[in-house]
Design a protein around this ligand. Structure first.
Ligand code: FAD
Length: 512
């Protein structure tokens, strides 16, 4: 009899895993909205890969090497990336992208040759894109087409609320309506956690469900203090990402009086490193509460903006902003989660039978900060590997010296507490565990979070809120434990990196 697999999530990681498994296993894929609702669908810029090593006949030779991609990724990770998982990503990336092309992903080409761009912190112009800046949609819709043609059982608009663990082994999942579905293996590919914060580039489905479920099931999570914030998103519903290239073309950031506040923050002003600009904006927002900071691109002219940035132009206009004439409100926004369910290089978690891949997982590859365009590649590479690894279902190995022993996470709710309110939680996380953190605020935030109660999962939103609460506590506890600044974790009370703390953190529920 064929073995069965449950895949939770329909982003690049989940769909790749489901398609890889379809020939050898009975696969059921659950996704809580329609198949296209995912972070993957909204990815813009592209996917990084050593194009020279691809088999596609249109792959140009750029002189790029696996070593170079590995090196760039390690630098971005701020001393914390796990070199083995980075090497796997970069070495297996070219084949994974050839496979995406075979599955119908329409990467942009010029005269048959794959078009490719350069991005900050990449040594070579190794970024493939589709539909200009609609790369994620190109990937998502091609994989959806293949999935619909496959033997995979697809259950859309079906929220998974828990992983079922019996005798220490994952044996299935529980759905919102109470149905239990059993399988030999469960793969969580539930994506990111942007909805922990009031401002995020992530869509509404990014509520850290997989991480919440895994923690409740007793799994170990890792690096939860590391979150990447993008400096500029449109301060309007959906927080559409306003690319750094707009500032690169000369747009400036201004305060309530029309003054360029970044000049006082860093010699490079608006073109300072991403995290410096993001923190500069957040600090200015705190100084002028209720009044957004603005990005002034008016000097560039409406005609230029429409031609150079057609998608941003359309997004601004859809929200009623004529950015060629009037400065637009912007805010930093939670963008990418480096932390997640701890896995090894085969997606194995600390619970036998339970696997995690993509943004929901943390195998240490991104370290303290992600190199741009590596996350779509991660979904394609590790979505494939997780299926290869099913032949050896041993759980994650013990911790080695690159990881801290798990800190204890208290999952108990205050029985007299109020049900958590999502907007209150998001604001608390923004203020205490956002771009700048400090010990006192984090301690106060943890106390408040432990006074709130997870609601009973009667509908999709309450199920999500329960996950957000568990994960918020885990993020804050992890941020308290790291008494240094590194990558996506900045503490005003410990502003420097400390070589003695250059280890991955891990956290596990107290009862585990
Ligand atoms: C605006 C934006 C731009 C980006 N640009 C880039 C880029 O240019 N290059 C790059 O590499 N990365 C980019 N990223 C990051 C990248 O898109 C993601 O990291 C990646 O797509 C994550 O893929 P995934 O498969 O792990 O998760 P996702 O694509 O987020 O998929 C998660 C899936 O799980 C489902 N799900 C969640 N919880 C449940 C539940 N309880 N029950 C059932 N289903 C559930 C969701 O509905 C969704 O289908 C961008 C992200 C955003 C938001």
């Amino acid at each position: 009899m064929r073995k069965s697999i449950i895949v939770v999530g329909s982003g690049v990681a989940g769909m790749t895993a489901a398609l890889e498994a379809a020939d050898a296993y009975d696969v059921t894929l659950f996704t809580k909205a329609d198949l296209a609702q995912s972070n993957t669908r909204y990815a813009q810029g592209g996917v990084a890969v050593v194009i020279d090593a691809m088999s596609d006949p249109g792959a140009p030779h750029l002189g790029d090497t696996i070593e170079s991609h590995v090196g760039d990724t390690l630098v971005a990770g701020a001393g914390l990336s796990d070199e083995d998982t980075v090497r796997i990503l970069c070495a297996e990336g070219p084949e994974a992208i050839d496979e995406l092309i075979a599955r119908g992903v329409p990467f942009d080409r010029h005269d048959g040759e794959l078009s490719h761009g350069l991005e900050a912190a990449h040594t070579y112009a190794r970024i493939l894109h589709a539909g200009g800046d609609a790369t994620g949609a190109g990937i998502a819709y091609a994989l959806i087409d293949r999935l619909r043609e496959s033997t995979v059982t697809i259950r859309e608009r079906t929220t998974v609320v828990d992983v079922i663990v019996e005798a220490g082994q994952a044996v299935g999942v529980r759905l919102l309506d109470g149905e239990d579905v059993r399988a030999d293996s469960v793969i969580l590919a539930t994506g990111g956690a942007g909805q922990l914060f009031p401002y995020t580039t992530n869509p509404e489905v990014a509520t850290a469900d997989g991480l919440g479920m895994a923690l409740r099931a007793g799994a170990v999570a890792a690096d939860l203090e590391f979150y990447q914030f993008h400096p500029t998103s449109l301060d309007a519903p959906g927080n559409f990402l306003i690319s750094e290239a707009v500032r690169g073309e000369g747009a400036t950031l201004i305060d309530v009086d029309g003054k360029r506040f970044m000049l006082d923050v860093h010699p490079d002003a608006e073109l300072a490193p991403r995290d410096v600009v993001a923190r500069g904006i957040a600090a200015q927002m705190a100084k002028q509460p209720g009044i957004p900071v603005r990005l002034d691109a008016t000097a560039l002219g409406a005609e230029f903006l429409a031609k150079r940035f057609p998608n941003i132009d359309a997004a601004c206009r859809a929200q009623g902003f004529d950015w060629g004439e009037v400065p637009i409100p912007v805010t930093p926004a939670a963008h990418y989660y480096m932390g997640g369910i701890r896995t090894d290089e085969w997606g194995r978690t600390s619970i036998p039978g339970l696997y995690a891949v993509g943004e929901a997982a943390c195998n240490g590859l991104h370290g303290a900060n992600r190199l741009a365009s590596n996350s779509l590649l991660e979904g394609a590479v590790y979505g494939t590997r997780v299926i290869e690894g099913l032949n050896d279902p041993a759980p994650l190995a013990e911790f080695d010296s690159d990881w801290t022993a798990p800190i204890a996470l208290d999952l108990a709710d205050d029985p007299d507490g109020d049900d958590v309110n999502r907007s209150d939680l998001q604001q608390l996380m923004w203020d205490a565990a956002g771009l700048s953190r400090n010990g006192e605020d984090l301690e106060r935030a943890l106390a408040t979070l432990s006074e709130w109660r997870a609601p009973v999962a009667t509908d999709a939103k309450s199920a999500e809120d329960a996950n957000l609460l568990v994960v918020a506590r885990a993020v804050v506890a992890s941020a308290m434990a790291r008494r240094e600044s590194r990558g996506g974790h900045y503490r005003t009370d410990f502003p420097e990196s400390d070589p003695a703390q250059a280890k991955h953190s891990s956290i596990a529920p107290q009862h585990a």
